[in-house]
Structure formats: structure tokens, C-alpha cells
Design a protein. Structure first.
Length: 474
């Protein structure tokens, strides 16, 4: 198997590497030639545009003004221009390969040397004689004629380089066409060779893999007695042997896992049921102490009775399920206690249909919803708040709603709480999301995933919690 894979890698990698190196070398060579020609044309074109005009203008100022030429222009500037141009055309001569172009450059350099001599002569005559006609005649014959000649040679050089550039373009096109042709042949050879070797590799792999997939499918359906036969391939032989050992181990552990899951589920449910806020008990006892110190015995009796009813239902002799009537009493006891503490801001209404009072419900299901409405809805609102608890039978289900007109939630916060309820976000015990997640998790574990808690809320208007469970008779 390894030898076939290495052969396939060599068939693909080596020719592609050669092609890549060839293309890089060709591209670099063409780029260098092209850049050199463009650079030469650019340098020559610079002097073609400005050299004659600048030189004629400077010499005209020197000839016309004579002694005052130094005041009007830099008398050394013509010599500097000639030196700079001569250096440039010497550089072009060194980098040019064409014989005709080199001949033009020789003529330009020779004309620049003559121009240098004529410029020096005119500068001396202009400063001595002061004859306007003679100086103008020298300017026309000795300078302007030479600058015209230099410009003509520069244009011929540029034209020759442009023709060379066109020839270079044609050569590039021809090289590209040849490269495409040979690369197409090479790719065809690589493709055919790779296809032949790949077919052999696929046959040696797919058949054992298909058998392994069938065995894995049977194991996934619960058949832990399935086994793979030995194969001639070393790698797949190891894989099959590992699969056989894995299936055997899974068959031994599946029953233990099933028992552990049942025990874990029972322990988790017990833990979730026993979530009781200790602050509620502390605050209630503090209120009773305060009432006792005030000698308000009637309120003390009422508070103690409500607290007793509350914990009687909470404990309920260790039972997981109680009647809806008992859950209703549990809610009522809780709200009576809280109304004494929050009498200025809390009103409540419990409207649970009598026909469903003898049905069973999971203990500590509705009271946390009421607590959530109080602490996260009513307390955060200014003024009097109202909590309404309803319950009725719809078909084969019981539908409970806890509605408040508290502060409500923004759409962003509502989305976060929904994610917390579904367990899609990390739970935060300081937020309302944890208590609601607790209830939703218990409902899904006891009644099934199709039953769950839903929430709707509008900011500054209130929140609605709805719970749907199946009808279960006591």
C-alpha cells in the first residue's frame, strides 16, 4: 500500500515540479528582457522630450545677453546637461544588445561631444565680441543643428527599441504557446498514470473499508457479536483487529453503562428537586421574629402556618410527585409569605381549574416559576405588580401559565434566557436562567423531550411562562 502511494506521489509531484521550475525560469527571463527594453525606452524618451528645448533656450539666453548671461541663467547648466545626457547614453550603450541601437547611441554620444565644444565656443564669443548677429548665426549653425541631430538619433533609437519590444512580444507569445502545448501533454500523461495507479489503490482500500462499514453499521444497531475477517493489507489488518476488540469491549460495557445512566439520572433528579433558596427561609424567619417582638400574634400564626404548609409540601414525605391541589397550596403558601414582605408591590391571583386538582405533577414545578416572576419581574418594576397563575386541561395535556406585569425583558435578554433554558449557554446561578433551566430539565427527564417550558416577554410590559405536561391521574 505504501509503495503504491509513494508511486502515485512521484507520478504527480516530480513532473509538476519540473513544469513549475521551467515556467519560473521562462517567466523570469522574459521579465528581465522586457524590463530592460522598457527602461531603455523610458530613459531615452526623457531626453527626446526636453533636451533640445532646454538646451536651445539656455544657449539663446547666453547668446542674446552676453555679459549679463550669468545673471539670468546658470552658465554651467548647459555643460551639466551634456554631461548627464552623455552618462545616460553610455549606460544605455552598455545595456543594449542590438547592433543598430548601439550605432545610434554612438552617434548620439559623438554629437554630444561636438555640442560640448560648440557650447564652450559660443559662451566665449558671447562674452567677448558682443555681436548679436554673429552670435545668433553661431547659435543656429552650431547648437540648434546639433540638438536637432541628437533628437533625430534619439527618436531612431526609441523606434528601434520599440521594434525590438514587438519582436520580444512575439517571442513571448511563441514561448507561451509552446509551453501550453508541452504542459498539456505532460498533464495528460500525469492524469493517465495517476488514474491507473489510483484505481489499484482504490480497489485495495474500498473493498475492505466497505466490509468494515457494514460491520460498524451492525455494531451500531446493537449487534456486538459481529467480527471482521483478516485481510492481506497490514494497515487494514490492524484496523480490523482493533475494531473486533472495540466491539467486544463495548458489548461487555453496554449493560454497565445503562445501569450507570439510570443511577445518574435518578441522582440528578433528586439534586434538582432539592434546590431550595435558603434566603427565603432566613427572611421569613426574620419576619416572624419581628412580628413576635411586635406582639402581632395573629400575623405570627398566619406566617408560621403558611411556612409550615410550604415546607410540608416541599418535603412531602420524600415523594417526587404530588397532586396539583398540593402544588396549588404550595404556591399559595409561598405567595402569602411573600405578600407580607412585599405588600406594597405584590398582588396575585391563582386560577387553577378544579377538574385537574387530582392529577399529579412533579413536585416543585410551579413554585419556582412564581418565584422567578416575583424576583425578576415584579421587584424590578416601580409600583404595584400582579402575578397570575392559571392551569387547565387541553386534550391529553395540562397547561400551566405564570404571568406577571413586571419589568419584562428586552429581545436580546429574552434570547439569552431561552438559550439558558435549553442548556445552550453556560448556566449562571445568579440569573433567572438557572432556575428555569432546572425546571425545564426536570420536566424533560421525567415526561420526555416533547414537554418543555416556554417563555415570552415584552420589555416594561411583563413576562409569560408556559408549561405543558401530560395528564397523569393520582
Amino acid at each position: 500500500m505504501k509503495s503504491l502511494l509513494y508511486l502515485l506521489l512521484g507520478i504527480c509531484l516530480f513532473p509538476l515540479t519540473c513544469m513549475m521550475v521551467y515556467l519560473l525560469v521562462l517567466t523570469n527571463s522574459v521579465s528581465e528582457q522586457y524590463d530592460a527594453v522598457v527602461k531603455n525606452i523610458t530613459l531615452a524618451n526623457t531626453y527626446n522630450i526636453v533636451f533640445k528645448e532646454d538646451m536651445d533656450y539656455l544657449m539663446y539666453i547666453i547668446v542674446v545677453n552676453g555679459d549679463r548671461a550669468d545673471e539670468l541663467v546658470d552658465a554651467k547648466q548647459p555643460q551639466a546637461m551634456i554631461d548627464e545626457a552623455r552618462d545616460t547614453f553610455y549606460e544605455l550603450y552598455d545595456t543594449t544588445d542590438s547592433d543598430s541601437a548601439r550605432e545610434n547611441l554612438k552617434r548620439i554620444i559623438k554629437s554630444l561631444n561636438i555640442l560640448e565644444d560648440r557650447v564652450n565656443e559660443i559662451k566665449e564669443d558671447a562674452s567677448v565680441s558682443g555681436s548679436y548677429d554673429k552670435n545668433m548665426n553661431q547659435l543656429d549653425l552650431n547648437v540648434r543643428v546639433l540638438t536637432d541631430l541628437i533628437q533625430e538619433h534619439i527618436q531612431k533609437y526609441i523606434y528601434g527599441q520599440a521594434a525590438h519590444l514587438e519582436k520580444l512580444r512575439l517571442d513571448i507569445r511563441k514561448n507561451v504557446e509552446n509551453s501550453i502545448f508541452f504542459l498539456s501533454i505532460g498533464m495528460a500523461v500525469i492524469f493517465i498514470s495517476a488514474a491507473i495507479v489510483s484505481e489499484k489503490i482504490i480497489r485495495s482500500i474500498t473493498n475492505p473499508i466497505q466490509k468494515l462499514c457494514m460491520a460498524a453499521k451492525q455494531a451500531g444497531q446493537g449487534n456486538f457479536f459481529v467480527r471482521m475477517e483478516e485481510t492481506g493489507t497490514y494497515e487494514l489488518g490492524i484496523l480490523n483487529d482493533s475494531f473486533n476488540r472495540m466491539v467486544e469491549e463495548i458489548g461487555k460495557l453496554v449493560e454497565d453503562i445503562r445501569i450507570e445512566q439510570l443511577n445518574l439520572r435518578a441522582a440528578e433528579l433528586k439534586l434538582l428537586q432539592e434546590q431550595i433558596n435558603p434566603h427565603f427561609l432566613y427572611n421569613t424567619l426574620d419576619t416572624i421574629i419581628w412580628l413576635a417582638e411586635s406582639r402581632d400574634t395573629e400575623q405570627v400564626v398566619k406566617m408560621v402556618t403558611s411556612l409550615s404548609d410550604f415546607f410540608r409540601t416541599t418535603l412531602s414525605k420524600g415523594k417526587d410527585f404530588i397532586t396539583i391541589d398540593e402544588e396549588k397550596l404550595h404556591i399559595q403558601s409561598y405567595l402569602e409569605i411573600q405578600q407580607f414582605r412585599y405588600q406594597d408591590i405584590l398582588e396575585y391571583d391563582i386560577c387553577i381549574s378544579e377538574e385537574i386538582c387530582q392529577y399529579e405533577i412533579l413536585k416543585l414545578t410551579l413554585q419556582p416559576l412564581v418565584e422567578n416572576a416575583l424576583y425578576h419581574g415584579i421587584k424590578n418594576k416601580r409600583g404595584l405588580g400582579h402575578i397570575q397563575v392559571t392551569g387547565e386541561k387541553k386534550g391529553e395535556n395540562l397547561v400551566f401559565q405564570v404571568k406577571d406585569n413586571g419589568i419584562g425583558m428586552t429581545q436580546e435578554r429574552l434570547r439569552e434566557v431561552r438559550q439558558l433554558i435549553r442548556g445552550e449557554r453556560t448556566r449562571d446561578q445568579e440569573s433567572s436562567g438557572f432556575g428555569l433551566f432546572n425546571i425545564n430539565q426536570r420536566i424533560r427527564l421525567y415526561y420526555g423531550p416533547e414537554y418543555e417550558l416556554t417563555i415570552e416577554s415584552t420589555h416594561r410590559k411583563g413576562t409569560l411562562l408556559q408549561l405543558v405536561i401530560p395528564c397523569v391521574k393520582n
